[in-house]
Write a protein that binds this ligand. Structure first.
Ligand code: OSB
Ligand code: MG
Length: 371
C-alpha cells in the first residue's frame, strides 16, 4: 500500500499533574508534552515524545525534542513513500540519541498505518498475547512516610498488582522497612533512577531483607557494566531502565549478568521497531520484561497498552489509569483499570481511543505544521 506522509503537526500541551511526582532527580508538578500528528490520505496517526521537561531522567527534554522532530525527523519522512511504519526507525537511525523524539514520530506512523488498514495497533505490532494487561503503579517520593503508606493503601485497594516506590539516599532502607511492616504481602519494588554508586553496595544489600521483586536502575543512567558486580552481590534482581536504549544493550546487559529483568520504554528505545527487538532479545534469554511509563498523556499511554500485549510483557507495568495523573485526559474514553488491576484491550483501529480535540485545544500552547 505504501504510506506517503503529507503533513506532520507538532503540538505542545501543558497539563498539571493531580499530584506532584518526585524521583531521585527532581519533583514535577506539571507536564509539558510534545504530541505528534502524522497525516496521509486524509488519515491521522498520533504519537507522543515521552521526554521530561528537563534533561534529568536522560539527556532529552521537550524543547530539544521539538527541534529534533522539526529539523531532523520530519524532513526524512515528509514526501517519501514508506513501505510500512517499520521503515521509520531506519530512516532516522543516523540521528545520534534523541530516541524519544524519534520514537514519538515513529509511534505516530505505526498508529497511522494501523488506522489506514482498519486494524488495532496491537495487531499491527504483532501483539495480542493477552486481552488485558497487568498493571502496577509508580509512587513518587513523598514528604512523609505516613503519606507514602496512605498512597500505597489507596493503590492496593484499587487493585493494582504491584507497587513501585521511588527511592534515593535518605529515602530508602528505613522507609522500605516501614512499608514492609505495613504491607508484608504486596508485590513491591524500588526504583532508584541512578541515585547510587558502587560505593553504596552495603546500603543496596540491606534492601535484600525486604524481598523486593526487583530494584530498578540503581547505578548511573549511562552505565551497564557497574551493575555486574552489584548484581553478583544482591539477592534481589536488578531491573535496568535508563541504560538500555537498544536491543544490543539488552543483549550485552543480559550476557554479562548486569540484570535479571528489563523495563522497556517505547520512547527510550526509539519506538516500536526497537522496542520489539528489545522484547525479542529478552524473550530469547528468558528475561521477563514490563512496560515503563513517563507520566504520559492518554496518547502515550495508549501506545504503552498496545506494546504490553507482546508475549514477554509478563510482569505488571507502570501503565495505570488516566485519573491517577490528570483531572481530564486528552483521549476518550480515559484509560481505566479493573478491580483486578488490569487494563482491557479494545479492538478499535489504531491505538483504540479517540482524541478529545476540544480539550486538546484548551491545553495546547504551541503548534507547528510541517509539510
Ligand atoms: O524511572 O520509571 C521511571 C516517571 C518519569 C521518569 C522516569 C520514571 C517515571 C516513573 C513513572 O516511574 C511511571 C508512570 O507512572 O508513568
Ligand atoms: Mg525507572
Amino acid at each position: 500500500m505504501g504510506i506517503k506522509l503529507d503533513r506532520i503537526v507538532l503540538r505542545r500541551i501543558e497539563m498539571p499533574l493531580v499530584h506532584f511526582f518526585q524521583t531521585s532527580f527532581g519533583r514535577t508538578y506539571s507536564r509539558s508534552i510534545v504530541l505528534v500528528e502524522v497525516q496521509a490520505d486524509g488519515v491521522s496517526g498520533w504519537g507522543e515524545m515521552t521526554c521530561g521537561e528537563n534533561p534529568f531522567y536522560n539527556e532529552e527534554w521537550v524543547d530539544a525534542a521539538w527541534l529534533i522532530g522539526k529539523h531532523y525527523v520530519a524532513p526524512r519522512l515528509l514526501g517519501h513513500t514508506l513501505e510500512s511504519a517499520d521503515d521509520v526507525n531506519a530512516r532516522t537511525a543516523h540521528i545520534r540519541g534523541h530516541n524519544m523524539a524519534r520514537g514519538g514520530v515513529e509511534a505516530a506512523v505505526w498508529d497511522l498505518e494501523a488506522r489506514m488498514k482498519g486494524l488495532p495497533l496491537y495487531q499491527s505490532i504483532g501483539g495480542g498475547a493477552r486481552r488485558e494487561i497487568p498493571c502496577g503503579v509508580s509512587i513518587g517520593i513523598q514528604d512523609t512516610v505516613p503519606q507514602l503508606l496512605q498512597k500505597i493503601e489507596t493503590e492496593v485497594n484499587a487493585g493494582y498488582q504491584r507497587i513501585k516506590m521511588k527511592i534515593a539516599p535518605g529515602w530508602d532502607v528505613d522507609v522500605i522497612r516501614e512499608v514492609r511492616k505495613a504491607f508484608p504481602q504486596i508485590a513491591l519494588m524500588a526504583d532508584a533512577n541512578s541515585a547510587y554508586t558502587l560505593a553504596d553496595i552495603d546500603r543496596l544489600q540491606a534492601l535484600d531483607e525486604f524481598y523486593l521483586m526487583m530494584i530498578e536502575q540503581p547505578l548511573a543512567h549511562d552505565e551497564i557494566i557497574d551493575h555486574v558486580p552489584l548484581q553478583a552481590k544482591l539477592k534481589t534482581p536488578i531491573c535496568l531502565d535508563e541504560c538500555i536504549r537498544s536491543a544490543h544493550h539488552a543483549k550485552q546487559a543480559i550476557e554479562m549478568r548486569a540484570c535479571g529483568i528489563i523495563n522497556i520504554k517505547l520512547g527510550r528505545v526509539g519506538g516500536f521497531g526497537e522496542a520489539k527487538r528489545v522484547h525479542d532479545v529478552c524473550q530469547q534469554y528468558q528475561v521477563p520484561v514490563w512496560c515503563g511509563g513517563m507520566l504520559e498523556s492518554g496518547i502515550g499511554r495508549a501506545h504503552n497498552i498496545a506494546l504490553s500485549t507482546l508475549p514477554n510483557f509478563v510482569l505488571p507495568g507502570d501503565v495505570s489509569a488516566s485519573e491517577r495523573y490528570w483531572k481530564r485526559d486528552i483521549i476518550d474514553p480515559w484509560v481505566t483499570v479493573s478491580p483486578r488491576g488490569t487494563i482491557a484491550i479494545n479492538d478499535n483501529p489504531g491505538f483504540g481511543y479517540e482524541i478529545d480535540h476540544d480539550f486538546l485545544k484548551s491545553v495546547q500552547v504551541q503548534e507547528e505544521v510541517l509539510s
